[in-house]
Ligand binder design. Structure first.
Ligand code: FE2
Length: 485
């Protein structure tokens, strides 16, 4: 049945024509919600399925099997996490709880379709599918954006674009989606509505995240007052990351390295100021991760995801000297292809960049090459701000046209402030979408056929179309090339 359901696509939701009383009761029962997939440490063999069950459902469980196996598979253990929203503005007796169930599926086969079923007593069964990542070099594509919100106007920064973008990303059928932080913005919600905001965020994204992994990095708005785990409890309880608050994984020949910039940022952009909270552990990990990334078999590309931009000319946040102090020495020492950021709510692409300019008080990265379409990846790193995920606060405003004298970007240079007052001349801007704030990037890997071939990592930036059925429009493209390792 499962195999046929997958082969038939639309048959997944279909039931028998004649139902007995027990089946009718089951069909009428509420189903699981907020289903979300994340990779384990090895995306070729590990997937975590996370969901919430209706309040009166008991014994939540999951079973899964390869789609081609024509068996329902065995039931898998579930680890349930209680998240109590201890919002300090709300009396303790009115704190809301959400219980999230996680099933960590391991020892899967690479590049294989699986069917899963979420079950509980008193809950309608929900079937879903996912595909594991390919092992080794493969043609694949993935998407990225940050700064989304819930897509729902009941939430402080919720705007419809945060819902539209889910459907438009899903129609691209990426292998996975990389979420660059500032997820739900629930910390900005009114007292007593943070938990509901989180649930709306999860429900909105599940239209895609139930079918393919959405891999989040942490942003400043994930830090919530009153919550454990440095304020990240609501995020980490709902979204199971493959590692610590920072982690890395392979997607074919791409090493994706995900960081938590709050450890380094001078800006206080969340409810709690976290600068230095890892005691240097994250930076030591990152240095080792960058040093070893290209020694991994099959890795040709290194993508670093960091919520705070290293360069940004937008008139909201801008760059952060603390983040540059952490990252610039590593970007000078290691061979990184893309740095992907959010935090400013717009699209901005840099020229190829290198080490910090000698004598620059803001550690501004030097421009090493101004090619726009076809770039030799070994020359430097390209920085993208991809913060147009759909929140209600677009920031595509700049002081002047790029390359005109006098345009300045902001740099945070004082700790603990909300808005920065440092300034530097803008030198890095290659492209911006000045007409429109919302959109997402798609990355396509063209692996080449054999050792010594050129391999390509192509980036297309899509401006968001209007409405959930809207068509995204490609407004910027570039291709990085390097020799296959
Ligand atoms: Fe942010």
């Amino acid at each position: 049945l499962l195999g046929r359901a997958v082969a038939g696509g639309v048959a997944l939701g279909a039931g028998p024509v004649l139902l007995g009383a027990a089946e009718r009761a089951r069909a009428a029962a509420p189903g699981p919600k907020e289903i979300h997939l994340t990779y384990g440490a090895d995306p070729t063999r590990e997937m975590t399925v996370s969901w919430t069950a209706p309040a009166n459902a008991h014994k939540p469980r999951l079973r899964f099997a390869p789609a081609a196996a024509r068996t329902a598979g065995d039931e898998h253990a579930v680890d349930s996490v209680s998240i109590v929203d201890r919002d300090p503005r709300v009396p303790k007796g009115r704190w809301e709880e959400t219980v999230v169930h996680h099933a960590e599926l391991r020892r899967l086969e690479p590049d294989t379709d699986y069917v899963y079923e979420l079950m509980a007593d008193g809950m309608r069964v929900r079937r879903g599918t996912f595909r594991t990542a390919p092992a080794g070099r493969a043609h694949l594509h993935f998407t990225a954006f940050g700064d989304q919100g819930t897509g729902d106007g009941r939430d402080t920064l919720g705007a419809p674009q945060g819902a539209w973008i889910v459907d438009q990303v899903e129609r691209r059928r990426p292998l996975f989606h990389l979420h660059l932080g500032d997820l739900a913005y629930a910390n900005l919600n009114a007292a007593g509505t943070r938990n509901a905001g989180w649930n709306r965020f999860m429900a909105n994204n599940s239209r895609s995240a139930a079918k393919r992994p959405w891999m989040p990095i942490l942003g400043n708005h994930e830090i919530e007052a009153g919550m454990d785990q440095h304020g990240y409890e609501a995020t980490l309880g709902r979204l199971r990351l493959p590692g610590h608050n920072w982690y890395a994984f392979d997607a074919g020949s791409v090493r994706i390295i995900c960081t938590d910039a709050e450890d380094w940022a001078l800006q206080k952009g969340g409810d709690v100021f976290l600068r230095g909270y890892s005691g240097g552990a994250q930076l030591r990990w990152l240095d080792q991760e960058l040093a070893s990334a290209r020694q991994r078999p099959h890795v040709d590309w290194v993508v670093l995801a960091v919520h705070h931009p290293v360069v940004s000319s937008a008139n909201l946040n801008g760059a952060d000297l603390g983040v540059r102090q952490a990252l610039m020495p590593l970007l000078a020492r290691h061979d990184v292809d893309f740095v992907l950021a959010g935090h400013d709510h717009n699209y901005e692409r840099s020229f190829q960049l290198g080490a910090a300019e000698a004598g620059s008080p803001t550690l501004r990265p030097e421009v090493v090459d101004r090619s726009l379409e076809s770039l030799d990846a070994t020359k430097g790193w390209v920085h993208l701000v991809l913060g147009g995920g759909g929140q209600k606060l677009p920031t595509q405003s700049y002081d002047a046209e790029p390359e005109q004298p006098g345009e300045q970007g902001r740099v945070f240079d004082q700790p603990g402030q909300l808005l920065g007052d440092g300034r530097e001349d803008v030198t890095w801007v290659a492209r911006r979408d000045e007409a429109h704030p919302y959109g997402f990037a798609e990355f396509e890997v063209v692996p080449g056929a054999k050792r010594g071939d050129m391999t390509e990592l192509r980036m297309t930036y899509f401006r968001l179309g209007h409405g959930r059925a809207g068509k995204p429009v490609a407004v910027d493209r570039l291709t990085l090339r390097r020799k296959r390792g």
